[in-house]
Design a protein around this ligand. Structure first.
Ligand SMILES: Nc1nc2c(c(=O)[nH]1)N[C@H]1C(S)=C(S)[C@@H](COP(=O)(O)O)O[C@H]1N2
Ligand SMILES: [Mo]
Length: 406
């Protein structure tokens, strides 16, 4: 018995400690990079670095498989020793579930094109949820140093609690103190995050916060009120690479120029007079979230192109945002797809400035980075144009799975 124990100690002790330490660093990197990928601040500050960070996050996420498989092997091998220690069992199951959940949902997000939007949506929810639930657990776990992994043999071989020790040990005190401190300081922040994850702002909330001041309000078509799509399902995440701009009648205009027969520059009063149509479509971001059954009201892009008259040498439609930074483009064949809409209303309401209003593009058959927010200029050009995210590593091919590419 004694001999066996010594062997186990020699065999696993050191290896385990170092694997556990490496795993801790890995999880720390993944947690920090994951939070940075999520945060609006870092979306703006990182630019190109964001795409690298994303690849790093994916790569190290895959590396995490190694310690997880090792832990699984250890847990299976030593499971019997945890007999009669339900809290340690729960700890092992909890940590492994967390890590495996993160890895599996992460792989689905990484392979979002293969997985399709529905699966990606679920994976993103799980990935986020595990983060908000798991991070506090892991921080607590690493500060209070739960020792079952470092010294499983110690824990299981000494079955009785030493009754000569005081009931409230120093270790116990530190645990309670750290736990309480975290609950008080991080608690409200985590609760806020969780609340947002489960109940994000509604479209009415966005409408109430709309910082645009453009008059007159567009009068919705009958198909928009009530929205023929029945109301959007899901929630937009506000994405921007700049500060969120806002507009009024004085600083807003919409231009179509370049290789056209007739240039236009409309002010808001003129723009709301243009004939609009209503369309229902789904909206998918490459990071995994989707909003289904949006009822958009606006001017089909192809109608605007017809009004301006496309010259024969125009090959690319370059799209500009009123944030003066973001751009994207479509080939002329793509731009002629009938369902692309220069949207002015969503579900019968003006589009709030946070969500790209007063006017945003919607390209239903492509990932949403093509759907330029605060669209205010369309230029027809001869050459090609690589858009903001495509310059920073996003796929030029933004087609959704199953769409008929043109
Ligand atoms: N001007 C501008 N348009 C943009 C973006 C942006 O950062 N700036 N992000 C794109 C991406 S990646 C997505 S998913 C959608 C998000 O739209 P939302 O913020 O209304 O949810 O806008 C797209 N259009
Ligand atoms: Mo996106």
């Amino acid at each position: 018995m004694k001999k066996g124990l010594a062997r186990i100690r020699r065999g696993y002790g050191k290896k385990l400690v170092s694997i556990h330490a490496w795993n801790a660093w890995l999880v720390l990197f993944l947690a920090l990079s994951g939070l940075m990928l999520l945060g609006g601040y870092w979306r703006e500050a990182l630019g190109e670095g964001r795409v690298w960070l994303k690849w790093g996050h994916i790569l190290f996420g895959l590396v995490l498989l190694i310690p997880v498989i090792y832990y699984l092997f250890l847990a299976a091998k030593h499971w019997k020793r945890l007999e009669g220690r339900p809290s340690q069992k729960a700890n092992v199951i909890g940590v492994l579930t967390l890590l495996i959940g993160w890895i599996v949902s992460g792989i689905v997000l990484w392979q979002f094109k293969l997985a399709g939007p529905r699966a990606a949506n679920t994976a993103l929810f799980i990935h986020d949820l595990l983060t908000w639930v798991g991070l506090p657990i892991i921080i607590y776990h690493s500060i209070t140093r739960t020792k079952w992994l470092k010294e499983p043999q110690k824990r299981t071989i000494v079955p009785e609690i030493d009754r000569t020790q005081p009931l409230y040990s120093r270790r116990g005190f530190i645990k309670v103190a750290v736990g309480a401190g975290m609950a008080l300081t991080l608690g409200p922040t985590f609760a806020g995050w969780l609340g947002k994850a489960f109940k994000p702002p509604s479209m009415e909330d966005y409408a109430a916060d709309n910082a645009n001041a453009l008059l007159p309000n567009p009068i919705p078509l009958p198909e928009s009120v009530p929205p023929i799509g029945g109301g959007a399902e899901g929630h937009f995440r506000v994405y921007t690479v700049t500060d969120i701009p806002s507009f009024n009648n004085a600083n807003w205009s919409f231009t179509i120029d370049g290789l056209v027969d007739k240039k236009f520059s409309w002010n808001w009063e003129e723009f709301v007079q243009l004939q609009r149509e209503v369309q229902v479509s789904d909206f998918h971001c490459v990071t995994g979230w989707s909003v289904y059954k949006n009822t958009w009201e606006g001017i089909p892009l192809t109608k605007l192109l017809d009004m301006a008259g496309v010259q024969s040498n125009a090959a690319t439609v370059k799209l500009y945002s009123g944030d003066n930074v973001y751009t994207d483009s479509l080939t002329m064949e793509q731009a002629r797809m009938e369902d692309i809409i220069v949207a002015v209303m969503h579900d019968g309401m003006p589009i709030s400035n946070q969500l790209g209003g007063p006017v945003r593009l919607v390209v239903p058959q492509m990932y949403a980075y093509k759907s330029v927010k605060w669209l205010n200029r369309i230029e027809l050009i001869e050459g090609e144009h690589i858009g903001y995210w495509e310059q920073r590593g996003y796929d030029i091919d933004a087609w959704l799975p199953g769409s008929k590419k043109v």
